[in-house]
Design a protein around this ligand. Structure first.
Ligand SMILES: [Zn+2]
Length: 76
């Protein structure tokens, strides 16, 4: 069992591979199979810190001016 969700205080955070999605101006950056924990009740998700650092380094090497965050950027 994972830790209690800090948002809904009901669900548990479960490790899952999810897609990281972020708008870059008019382009959509999508990275598949990013390790994260996801609440099984409210869907709150937090991306893995190491994966975010790795992704940030890749983006910098690509000269993409992007700051990734461990908190998701929900699509409207
Ligand atoms: Zn929750």
């Amino acid at each position: 069992m994972g830790p209690i969700c800090p948002t809904c205080h009901t669900g548990r955070l479960q490790p899952r591979a999810v897609s990281y999605v972020q708008w870059l101006g008019e382009s959509l950056l999508v990275v598949h199979r990013v390790p994260a924990v996801v609440c099984d009740v409210c869907g709150e998700r937090v991306y893995d810190d190491r994966a975010m650092r790795h992704l940030q380094r890749l983006l910098m090497m690509s000269n993409l001016d992007v700051v990734v965050t461990s908190r998701p950027y929900y699509l409207a």
